[in-house]
Design a binder for this molecule. Structure first.
Ligand SMILES: [Cu+2]
Length: 151
């Protein structure tokens, strides 16, 4: 009887995990304003994580010399001189991991000036939460079993 209860809890946990994954893969789209600071030879932030369907407004803000922003996969390009900004608006409609690069030759390490746009639900985070929950449950089940509660 107790074993059935334990099996039931395990099945419920698994079902909740799947529902969580499905639910979070379709979060309500939001509008995100991101200030992208550019200086020789890096972006800040250099990883931008958003959910599919979000509307993005990226404000490119160069701090030293003219820099650009070219987003692979979306084919969006923009550039600006220091003291000015340039703004691109687009919808993150394609999920995946897309590199963005500087599109203005800005110095010796210009080819290494890049960052990443990650579009999609945050699977590693969801999975890590559930790994903790699963470990907790297994520990509890083991303790109950050792204590004779599940026999
Ligand atoms: Cu640059």
């Amino acid at each position: 009887m107790r074993k059935w209860l334990a099996a039931g809890v395990t099945v419920l946990l698994a079902a909740a995990f799947l529902l969580h994954l499905l639910f979070l893969s379709h979060p309500a789209p939001v509008t995100r304003g991101i200030t992208l600071t550019a200086r020789k030879f890096a972006y800040e932030p250099n990883i931008i994580s958003v959910n599919k369907g979000d509307r993005l407004r990226i404000t490119l803000t160069p701090e030293d010399v003219e820099h650009g922003f070219f987003l692979d996969g979306y084919n969006i390009e923009s550039h600006a001189r220091p003291g000015r900004v340039s703004t691109v608006d687009f919808e993150a409609g394609i999920s995946g991991k897309f590199p963005f690069r500087c599109s203005v030759t800005c110095g010796a390490f210009h080819p290494y000036m890049m960052g990443w746009l990650k579009v999609g639900p945050n699977y590693p985070f969801i999975v890590s939460i559930w790994m903790v929950a699963l470990l907790g449950w297994l520990t509890l089940a083991y303790a109950l079993h050792r204590g004779g509660m599940l026999r």
